[in-house]
Design a protein around this ligand. Structure first.
Ligand SMILES: [Zn+2]
Length: 155
């Protein structure tokens, strides 16, 4: 395994998350899309991928014994399987975009996160994922916010 691949693997709190993403083809795609500098940045910011009961999001844990703070990009697999692998990659790039823009809040934060995915060529998959979430009336998919995000992604 290359050093870059080792570093990326170390970002996963549970092997099962990486394994499920591997089966979807998402793991390898993310590893290809992210530069080694970006993976180093994830490590510097203590960003980890972890399993949870919400579809996708990011949380900051404070006063964790091992470090001052840790950010978890959370993944709920059953929920995520409603999306195409490309849409899942887009969703995770969006969350990485949040991790790289901690100072941006609310819509500014959403745009910054979307722009990171857009830079990687995933705007159309973000848009299709957002439309799917809206169609399926998934929790956290608010029409007004999504319309603004789609306008930004298509702009
Ligand atoms: Zn977001």
């Amino acid at each position: 395994m290359s050093l870059k691949a080792e570093k990326f693997k170390s970002r996963f709190l549970q092997l099962s998350v990486g394994q499920t993403l591997s089966n979807m083809g998402v793991y390898k795609e993310l590893l290809t899309l992210l530069s080694e500098d970006e993976i180093d940045k994830l490590a510097e910011e203590n960003v980890y991928f972890s399993q949870t009961c919400s579809p996708s999001g990011i949380m900051t844990l404070s006063n964790v014994p091992a470090c001052e703070s840790m950010k978890l990009i959370t993944i709920e697999m059953t929920y995520l399987r409603m999306f195409l692998p490309e849409e899942v990659t887009g969703i995770l790039l969006h969350e990485i975009g949040h991790a790289f823009n901690p100072d941006k809040q609310k819509m500014e934060g959403e745009f910054a996160a979307d722009n990171f995915a857009k830079e990687k060529g995933y705007s159309k998959w973000i848009v299709s994922g957002l439309k799917k979430g809206l169609d399926k009336k998934l929790v956290g998919f608010d029409k007004e916010t999504i319309d603004q995000r789609i306008k930004n992604l298509n702009g």
